[in-house]
Design a protein around this ligand. Structure first.
Ligand SMILES: Cc1cc2nc3c(=O)[nH]c(=O)nc-3n(C[C@H](O)[C@H](O)[C@H](O)COP(=O)(O)O)c2cc1C
Length: 206
């Protein structure tokens, strides 16, 4: 049975373009994966902790040597890592905030990138999360498509591809859903914008 891990980060509900397109993706994915399972990790609900001293101290120790505080500090990190390993396809639906990932997505990344768990660390320095596909849908006010001058300010798509490759996920497709500022100013609607990006999203969900 195939599993889709659906990671959402926008605090906006029905008005969020990344959520509208992610929902299209999930609907299509379910149609093409009869007995597929979808696991939702909504980072906008119940904020993740930032890495702290118990976490940093704990990751370098074998589990049986961790203090109770370190075990507690690693609990949510272990849970997120398990979700990642259990998935065949990972969907990340997210806004661009200040040219990069929102803080809740960065908190998730910090918790899942772990030496000897999701990457080997030195000397091999290889990713351990292999055999996965990933689709990233990035909604942004501006348009950052490749070739446009604004693409030089896109510190999100390249960063996400780099960090995912670092843990072994290199089969990654990015849909840049730019231009939501026009909807914010009333010259179009999110639904009209969604029409523009839906074909690419549906292809990625196959
Ligand atoms: C805190 C904040 C920072 C933002 N930074 C950018 C930015 O750097 N570039 C951009 O094009 N849009 C930026 N935006 C606009 C969002 O990317 C845009 O509203 C997008 O549609 C949000 O995703 P959503 O529709 O899925 O909620 C920002 C919005 C917020 C709230």
């Amino acid at each position: 049975m195939a599993t889709l891990l659906n990671i959402q980060t926008s605090p906006r509900g029905s008005g969020s373009l990344s959520r509208i397109l992610s929902q299209d993706f999930v609907t299509k994915w379910k149609k093409t994966h009869d007995d597929g399972k979808v696991v939702l990790r909504d980072l906008a609900e119940g904020g993740l902790p930032f890495v702290d001293m118990p976490w940093i101290g704990g990751i370098f120790l074998p589990p049986e040597q961790r203090s109770v505080e370190q075990q507690d500090g690693l609990k949510i990190s272990d849970e997120l890592v398990a979700e990642l390993f259990a998935a065949d396809h990972i969907l990340i639906g997210t806004p661009m905030y200040n040219f990069t990932v929102p803080a809740n997505l960065k908190a998730w990344i910090d918790l899942i990138v772990r030496p000897r768990v999701t990457h080997s660390g030195p000397p091999e320095r290889k990713g351990l999360v292999t055999g996965k596909r990933c689709t990233i849908i990035i909604a942004s006010g501006g348009v950052y498509d490749e070739g446009l001058p604004a693409s030089a300010s896109d510190y999100e798509s390249g960063y996400l591809k780099r960090i995912l490759a670092f843990i072994g996920i290199s089969d990654v497709e990015v849909v840049m859903a730019g231009g939501t500022a026009a909807a914010a100013f009333g010259s179009t609607t999110m639904e009209e914008l969604a029409l523009q990006f839906r074909p690419a999203v549906l292809v990625a969900a196959q």
